[in-house]
Design a protein. Structure first.
Length: 249
């Protein structure tokens, strides 16, 4: 499974981190500041050419948070517009974390009916990371998750800005809270713990962050539960109630 360089751009509302520089695929956020500055100068001077995946001429830009990205030159179809600087920054952090972990990172990877924000590959293992900036229903999450699984993706992780109504610990749908502040610092909410986004990505790839039904030592937690049957004050019929008084882990 691979992302073809001549596939269409990642649809409306994305700011691509990938483009073609003189025909060669480049991930913008993996270039050093010096390399990016040189590229921008060369593009302005027409010594080098940036082409978007849809075939339209592109530009090399830097967001207000310092994220390097590609965009359509004036007159394009606008499919490189719409993302916030914070959304773009989160994707760049994920790309950088994947690379540091020794995996290959690709962005805006197209498939049958989907475009992955970031894909990590190592050998024949494929892991997709999605940054969900807008609110999305749980049913849509599950539908999109299943499409990735049907395509042979080994694992998918979601970092969602709106996650209040989503499962906190669902092995089949790992969704973690995401926050990116005005300075571009990104954190992920994993259970009740807040981690730097880059650390969360690294832990997922190295399997130091996994869903567990039991404690790490293999022993289940002990819960002290009190249950009783009481009568309804209106109809006087009995119904069961319970409460967990104490949990020991």
């Amino acid at each position: 499974m691979s992302a073809a360089a001549d596939r269409p751009c990642a649809g409306g509302g994305s700011m691509p981190l990938s483009g073609l520089v003189d025909g060669e695929p480049v991930v913008s956020c993996l270039l050093t500041e010096e390399e990016w500055s040189q590229l921008r100068g060369d593009v302005r001077a027409k010594r080098r050419t940036v082409t978007m995946r849809c075939g339209w001429k592109g530009q090399a830009k830097t967001s207000k948070l310092g994220t390097q990205y590609f965009a359509h030159a004036p007159g394009g179809d606008g499919c490189s517009a719409g993302e916030t600087a914070q959304h773009l920054r989160a994707k760049a952090i994920i790309v950088e974390a994947i690379t540091r972990a020794g995996w290959t990172a690709q962005t805006e990877v197209p498939g049958e009916g989907w475009v992955a924000d970031v894909m990590a590959t190592r050998g024949d293992v494929y892991v997709v990371f999605e940054v969900q900036w807008s609110r999305q229903d749980l049913a849509v999450y599950r539908h999109r998750q299943q499409r990735y699984r049907d395509a042979g993706i080994d694992a998918i992780a979601w970092f969602a800005r709106h996650y209040d109504d989503l499962p906190r610990a669902d092995k089949e749908l790992p969704v973690f809270g995401l926050d990116v502040d005005d300075a571009g610092e990104a954190t992920a909410m994993v259970g009740v713990k807040t981690l730097p986004l880059a650390e969360a990505v690294d832990r997922l790839l190295t399997r130091r962050l996994q869903h567990r039904d039991h404690l790490a030592n293999g022993q289940p937690a002990d819960a002290f539960v009190v249950a009783a049957v009481i009568a309804c004050y209106r109809c006087h019929k009995g119904f069961g109630v319970w409460t967990a008084r104490q949990t020991t882990v």
